[in-house]
Design a protein around this ligand. Structure first.
Ligand SMILES: Cc1cc2nc3c(=O)[nH]c(=O)nc-3n(C[C@H](O)[C@H](O)[C@H](O)COP(=O)(O)O)c2cc1C
Length: 337
């Protein structure tokens, strides 16, 4: 097995992280690709039809990747969810929103999106939140896709390597947005270079380092530890090509936000964002993704519609101060090898 990434996909050594929920729109993926990076579409949350429309919008001559959320089979404590729902009622009322009844089943239309990608194969496909079946990895690779799996520990890397994927995205807890962890382990306690080195000792696969990279020095340290490329999310959020909502865009530049922190309050799954009042009022929430995600959806949308950062998820990595208002091509150039 080779530990080298294909040059035609990863030339500059910079990957724009898939960021579902708006930021990773086709304009961003295309701009990153034109600049010599690998752009990604975020397949999560959206319907298969919406994802198909994004595929239509891409220039077929430009390589890009598509990311999918793999649904989990976690046991959900329904009483804890219902109790959390009660606590959300005043938060929703404050912004004139409702809290819907819980939606207990939601597989993010994963099977239909997989079928779509097997018919219209992008250059790369990455998975997070769980692992695809062995036959899915084999089918995508046979169809010509380069398959990546997000891992957060050497243990997860070992599981992913056995699936036959082409490369791993090694995601550190400093990463903005949701953790891709799929084994029930404590978050890695060392630095990103230390995590890369630990994964490298466990598996022989090319590694793409992600999480908290805010400067070229951060990227260089991850590469020195053995990463063949770096994947950046937050660094692209302020680019004009990203579909970042205006409230998050403003918050990233607002000196009143002093730190990022991990939270389950918005979605029921650990994710890192700029710490706001909602996160402080709800230091924890039931482990129930995506049930909690749907419960908080209307109040988050109302907060954004009102132009307020108080009750919406402000996903950002620990290196957010390194995110500038600049073009996607400038970001690729700034973090290139
Ligand atoms: C707004 C936002 C949305 C994200 N959405 C996804 C996603 O849909 N799929 C995924 O695999 N990772 C997602 N991530 C995590 C990124 O893939 C990546 O791990 C992270 O951005 C790297 O850390 P950084 O933001 O500090 O650069 C998201 C991150 C952010 C900031």
């Amino acid at each position: 097995m080779s530990a080298i990434l294909p040059e035609d996909l990863f030339g500059s050594g910079v990957v724009a992280a898939p960021m579902a929920g708006g930021p990773s729109r086709p304009e961003l993926a295309a701009a990153v690709g034109r600049a010599g990076g690998l752009g990604f579409l975020g397949g999560g949350y959206k319907s298969p039809a919406a994802l198909a429309a994004e595929l239509d919008a891409m220039d077929p001559s430009l390589p890009f990747g598509v990311n999918l959320f793999v649904p989990g089979a976690a046991q959900i404590d329904r009483d804890a969810v219902l109790a959390y729902r009660e606590r959300l009622l005043p938060e929703a009322a404050a912004v004139g929103a409702e809290v819907p009844e819980p939606r207990w089943e939601d597989d993010d239309a994963y099977p239909a999106k997989l079928e779509l990608l097997l018919g219209r194969v992008p250059a790369a496909v990455s998975f997070t939140f769980g692992t695809p079946r062995l036959d899915v990895v084999a089918a995508l690779r046979k169809a010509g896709a380069f398959v990546l799996q997000t891992v957060t520990s050497p243990e997860e890397a070992t599981v992913a390597a056995e699936l036959g994927v082409d490369a791993l995205v090694v995601q550190h807890p400093d990463a903005g947005g949701h953790s891709g962890a799929f084994l029930d382990l404590p978050p890695f306690s060392g630095t990103l270079p230390e995590l890369v080195a630990a994964v490298r000792a466990a598996v022989v696969l090319p590694l793409v380092a992600a999480g908290g990279i805010g400067t070229h020095d951060d990227a260089a340290a991850a590469r020195a530890a053995g990463a063949s490329a770096v994947q950046l999310g937050t660094a692209f959020l302020r680019t004009p090509e990203a579909g970042t909502n205006p409230v998050l865009r403003a918050a990233l530049a607002d000196p009143r936000f002093e730190r990022t922190a991990p939270t389950r309050a918005f979605s029921g799954k650990w994710a890192r964002g700029l710490e706001n009042g909602f996160m402080r009022r709800f230091p924890d929430a039931p482990e129930a993704y995506p049930v909690i995600h749907h419960l908080t959806g209307p109040l988050r949308a109302a907060s954004v519609a009102a132009g307020s950062p108080e009750r919406t998820n402000l996903w950002a990595g620990a290196g957010w101060r390194g995110a500038r208002e600049e073009t996607a091509a400038d970001v690729v150039a700034r973090f290139a090898v």
